[in-house]
Ligand binder design. Structure first.
Ligand code: PRP
Ligand code: URA
Length: 204
């Protein structure tokens, strides 16, 4: 299932992220802002449980989150989407998966993996760019092998080819994105896209 974020603010932010004149400092702020909107959207269905408290006036049975969250960025660009999750979720830990696309083949190579316990958690794998889908599919396989049962994938920009590839390999994993773009170019970059997210985030 693909969920495309529908919010005027998301459209506004994405347009500025795409703009080639946007400098890294502003780019990082915009990535944080759209990350917040996506963090809310991708956790809309989280389970809650009863919690009995007292208001200043009377006892009250409220609802609180039933399970902790684990956010797993795909290094390096995924790091730009972690802070929104840390800022709004009370019980959250972070795992890391390092993948890098070969510039010629666009095939992702794994160079790092460190994950906290995943059983009993909601795992949110984040990577701003879903291009061929190779990195996302590989990362989802890794977190499933590590015990994740309840997981979602969140991107900022996704290509139709990438969405189809991930859905073919992981039909059980809901996908969230802020923009569903037109296509990949011959070098497997997303069009209209925003270029290399990691380079624009870190000024490299
Ligand atoms: C980019 C991006 C994704 C991947 C998407 O990372 O952040 O991880 O490409 O492409 P795919 O869907 O075709 O696999 P990159 O490999 O450039 O590494 P970086 O984050 O270190 O810049
Ligand atoms: N990675 C990026 O950063 N951008 C793309 O368009 C494709 C992969």
């Amino acid at each position: 299932m693909l969920h495309v974020l529908q919010h005027p603010l998301a459209a506004h932010i994405i347009t500025h992220l795409r703009d080639e004149t946007t400098k890294p400092a502003t780019f990082r702020t915009l990535a944080y802002q759209v990350g917040l909107l996506l963090a809310v959207e991708a956790t809309r269905d989280l389970a809650t449980k009863d919690k009995v408290i007292r208001t200043p006036l009377e006892p009250h049975t409220g609802r609180v989150l039933a399970k902790p969250l684990v956010v797993v960025p795909i290094l390096r660009a995924g790091l730009g989407m972690v802070q929104p999750f840390l800022d709004i979720f009370p019980d959250v830990s972070v795992g890391y998966i390092g993948l890098e696309r070969d510039h010629e083949t666009a095939v992702a190579r794994s160079y790092y993996c460190k994950l906290p316990p995943l059983a009993g958690t909601r795992v949110v794998v984040v990577d701003p760019m879903l291009a061929t889908g190779g990195s996302a599919a590989q990362a989802l396989t890794v977190v499933k092998q590590a015990g994740a049962k309840d997981l979602v994938f969140v991107s900022i920009v996704a290509s139709p080819e990438g969405v189809a590839a991930v859905q073919a390999k992981h039909p059980d994993v809901p996908l969230y994105t802020a923009a569903h773009d037109r296509e990949l170019n011959t070098k497997k970059y997303i069009l209209p896209g925003l270029g290399d997210f990691g380079d624009r985030l870190y000024g490299t």
